[in-house]
Design a binder for this molecule. Structure first.
Ligand SMILES: Cc1cc2nc3c(=O)[nH]c(=O)nc-3n(C[C@H](O)[C@H](O)[C@H](O)COP(=O)(O)OP(=O)(O)OC[C@H]3O[C@@H](n4cnc5c(N)ncnc54)[C@H](O)[C@@H]3O)c2cc1C
Length: 501
């Protein structure tokens, strides 16, 4: 039988992963990507000798032995990477002069929490125990849940047994619910902020992240996000795959309820046996397919699920070192004069990522730093369209404000800034086409965390969706897994033995 041809829309981490696994299994694939580089949101860019990273804070599965690491090995993403494991997840300097560190070592984190809230000993112990129990569980990610056989499910069930007690106590809680359980007034008001996640997220998502960090299985890969993407692109190309850059897909061609091909922005058409969208979900369903293949459930995702917000990334190249700062993934401090980002957003706090741990990001003696702020999608996209000059001025204004606040905090910043760069929500859409410039799709919540989102559309054959828009929480692991799971599914359907070489 001739090898089936597969068109993949989107050359982000999900599209690249799917391409690589499908090529390994004899499918003939082509990726169509609207940007001129691989990676989508998993990206970085160079300015005046500095590298500004747009994504990776922690890479789940960064240490050998886990199933996730196996996926990274198969995709050629991890083998040549040096990994840095930070001591602190998030460090915050508080308004009253104290500071709070989310240590990745659970015992140290317990001590830190008890220092603030001795009266919450019982709750804190439960939380810390949850991290420790999760840290012993290797989630079965090589196959999708529905492909696990009875023996595999039983094996996992037995291994995961200790989780049952944790799940009974914390499994149904959101971070907001957990925060409410503190008796200590400070943690009751600030726990979620100090932890650095969203209040509607399930506690289990935090426990799992902290568990991986505690066993050094969620480190930072030296070289950053774009190097990760290039590694998987290399693997894909070495397997015979083909990527078409600067090609925006406008339409999925459907004939008699069968997805047959794609139409590009330049009007050209391409055909295949199977069409996979690893691109923005909303654009895929409502634009490329004109909303013709949808049901109430899918409509519900886009009407009811909350999105990760649109953000602004401020990046600076500063000709100085930052010594003696906490070894934290992000370092937060409050500012006396709030930052005005746009009519909807001001910030009393700066969360900065100081890349002094990645020598590839700046020449010796210099440092790349990045900061994120919530930013209004409508405001920035409208401004760019209506008044490009003011858009540029506004970016300039925010950059100057940020530099001013950093000068007040650290000193010796203003005169040492060699380059600044601002990515607005408009920039995120321009380069990745993500709906409303959401930086990671749907926020996982207690309600949607276990929803198995549909990866096919009703009434449409030979079509699949994968990636962050069909998995609340998104992330690079979702990208790796979805590519593998799709290849397994197609192999099963086509009676092929699944291979990973
Ligand atoms: C600031 C930030 C920090 C993050 N930190 C982490 C982290 O620490 N760890 C982690 O695991 N994840 C992190 N993420 C999330 C992670 O980057 C994403 O979830 C993941 O990269 C999504 O991959 P994807 O391929 O599914 O989607 P995308 O990256 O959005 O890729 C989709 C691709 O499709 C292309 N495309 C869209 N429409 C079309 C079209 N019509 N035609 C052709 N091409 C199209 C886009 O250009 C893009 O390349 C972070 C993200 C951000 C923004």
């Amino acid at each position: 039988m001739e090898n089936k041809k597969v068109i993949i829309i989107g050359g982000g981490m999900t599209g690249l992963s799917a391409g690589a696994y499908l090529q390994m299994n004899g499918y003939q694939t082509e990726i169509f990507e609207m940007h001129n580089i691989p990676g989508g949101l998993c990206t970085g860019w160079k300015r005046k000798g500095y590298t500004f990273d747009g994504c990776i804070h922690w890479l789940c599965g960064s240490s050998p032995g886990s199933e996730m690491y196996t996926i990274w090995e198969e995709l050629g993403l991890i083998q040549d990477k040096m990994i840095v494991d930070h001591e602190i997840f998030k460090h915050t300097e508080l308004e009253d002069g104290r500071s709070f560190s989310v240590y990745v070592n659970p015992d140290k984190l317990e001590e830190e929490l008890l220092k603030f809230a001795p009266e919450d000993k019982e709750l804190i112990e439960e939380f810390i125990k949850g991290i420790k129990v999760f840290s012993k569980i290797d989630l079965p990610v090589l196959k999708s849940q529905e492909m696990l056989n009875i023996a595999e499910l039983t094996k996992f069930g037995l291994k995961a047994f200790p989780l049952a007690k944790v799940m009974r106590k914390l499994g149904k809680l959101s971070l907001g619910d957990l925060q409410n359980k503190f008796r200590n007034p400070f943690l009751k008001a600030n726990f979620v902020r100090l932890i650095g996640m969203y209040e509607e997220m399930p506690v289990t998502a935090l426990l799992y992240t902290l568990a991986l960090l505690s066993v050094k299985d969620a480190g930072y890969p030296i070289g950053g996000s774009l190097e990760l993407a290039k590694s998987v692109e290399n693997k894909y190309l070495s397997l015979g795959g083909k990527v078409h850059y600067n090609t925006k897909v406008e339409k999925i061609i459907v004939d008699n309820c069968i997805a047959k091909g794609i139409e590009l922005a330049d009007g050209s058409t391409h055909y295949a046996d199977i069409i996979v969208s690893a691109a923005d979900g909303h654009y895929t369903i409502y634009n490329m397919l004109k909303g013709e293949f949808i049901d109430k459930e899918i409509e519900g995702y886009y009407n009811n699920f909350k999105l990760f917000p649109s953000i602004m990334q401020v990046s600076l190249g500063i000709a100085r070192e930052f010594a003696n700062i906490p070894d934290a993934i992000t370092y937060h401090f409050s500012i006396d004069e709030p930052l005005y980002i746009d009519p909807q957003n001001t910030s009393n706090e700066i969360g900065i990522k100081i890349y002094n741990f990645d020598p590839t990001f700046a020449p010796k003696g210099k440092t790349a730093v990045t900061m994120y702020f919530d930013a209004d999608y409508e405001y920035w996209t409208e401004l760019k369209k209506e008044n490009p000059e003011k858009y540029a001025q506004e970016k300039d204004r925010v950059a100057q404000q940020v530099i001013d606040r950093l000068e007040k905090k650290f000193g010796e910043v203003e005169d040492k800034v060699e380059i600044w760069d601002i990515a607005t929500p408009y920039t995120f859409v321009r380069y990745t086409n993500n709906w409303k410039a959401s930086f990671e799709g749907f926020i996982p919540t207690v309600e949607n965390f276990n929803v198995k989102m549909k990866r096919t559309l009703p009434g449409l054959n030979n079509f699949y969706m994968i990636g962050q828009w069909v998995q609340p929480g998104g992330g690079i692991p979702t990208a790796g897994m979805h590519g593998r799971h799709l290849a397994l599914q197609l192999c099963k359907k086509d009676g092929k033995k699944f291979i990973t070489k």
